[in-house]
Design a protein around this ligand. Sequence first.
Ligand code: AMP
Ligand code: MG
Length: 413
Amino acid sequence: MTVERSMLCWQKARELILEQSSPLGTETVELSSALDRVLASNVVSSRQLPPWDNSAMDGYVVRAQDVVEGQPLPVVGTIAAGHPWKTTLPERSTLRIMTGAQIPPGADAVIMREDASEQDGLVTFRRAPRLGQHVRSAGEDVRVGSTVLSTGACLGPGELGLLSAIGKLIVAVHRRPSVAIVSTGDELVTADEHPGDGQIVNSNAHSLLALVQKSGGIGRILPIARDRKDELSHTFREAFSADVVISSGGVSVGDFDYVKEIFTALGAKEHFFRVSMKPGKPLVFSTVEQQGRKTLVFGLPGNPASSLVSFELFVYPALRRLLGHPTALAAHPIAQVRLSEPIRPDRERTHFTRALVTRSATSPFELWAKPLSNQGSGMLSSLVGMNALIEVPPGEATLPVGSELSANLLTAV
Ligand code: AMP
Ligand code: MG
């Protein structure tokens, strides 16, 4: 949906970005560095799990048919985990067995210790067991030849444990995107310099680097580019060798806002400019193809809140997609929240209001959103403590306390 000539709604803008974003090529990594990476091929198990029948309980292992009410069985030994019992369980007898210990030949059921009483080497059972009771059978968890994980699976603690158990210690995953961070502006100095008259610290580079790192990308801060065409060309030419370029500043309608023009001059194809949202209206998205490689190029606005919000809504989904996450997982989780303070919507544009979302103390499924004070897009202090962006649709009337809105959750709540 186009809301104004040459201005897209944010959903359409994101759709166009995701259309241009596909999972990067593959590399192999060891399990110890595979957390949160996305599998680039199916994993088929060459082992079965459990590898052999074993006990699910601490107790006694028996032949089920040998257990008869009122007839105790002699205990002929103890099997600990890691110490297989090699000989056949003699008929009409039992062995103590521990959780995870191998079931000895001849036995077919385990009775838990709580259902048995042992005295003078004889054990009486409260009731007869079912055949196979408390026995974890070989292969019941994973069969040889079964696909345990499929392409697109995100490797978390559970997945990594499973991979180790089947001896798959090196996996093929999608590459992490390299991300060049470019800050533009004559007023900018690096954080280790003391800003002189008319100067400010290039704080965006630090916020953006953190966002890239949090999203799984490999960020690199390039030297600040002055608002001069030759300098911008030089810096962006270097930046275009990355998978993704995030630039901030210089994309608005100011006299020295050359970024958009330089992207085009360097051969980038512009997909859109300007999104009907607040903050972050001026936003250029382009792509460059060089030697069969595609680079996604984001020209974000310079105001700190605008660049941060634009990153969360547009760059984050693209990075996730490049990392191989299915589209549904490429965006932040959405939750229904209630306003704890009234909000005045913008008349024309969706306002992504920075907020702190917390759970109700009495009803844990209820989320309350407190808009952070001072939503000015240049306000750095308004970014402190933010964990959500509330989507406030355009409108005339003030939204009262308790109004229900949807929010992008940036961290777990
Ligand atoms: P621009 O988008 O270049 O017009 O910049 C908009 C506002 O954001 C101006 O007040 C800039 O000084 C500020 N700004 C631009 N780039 C940065 C940056 N890297 N870090 C902090 N503030 C910035
Ligand atoms: Mg500027």
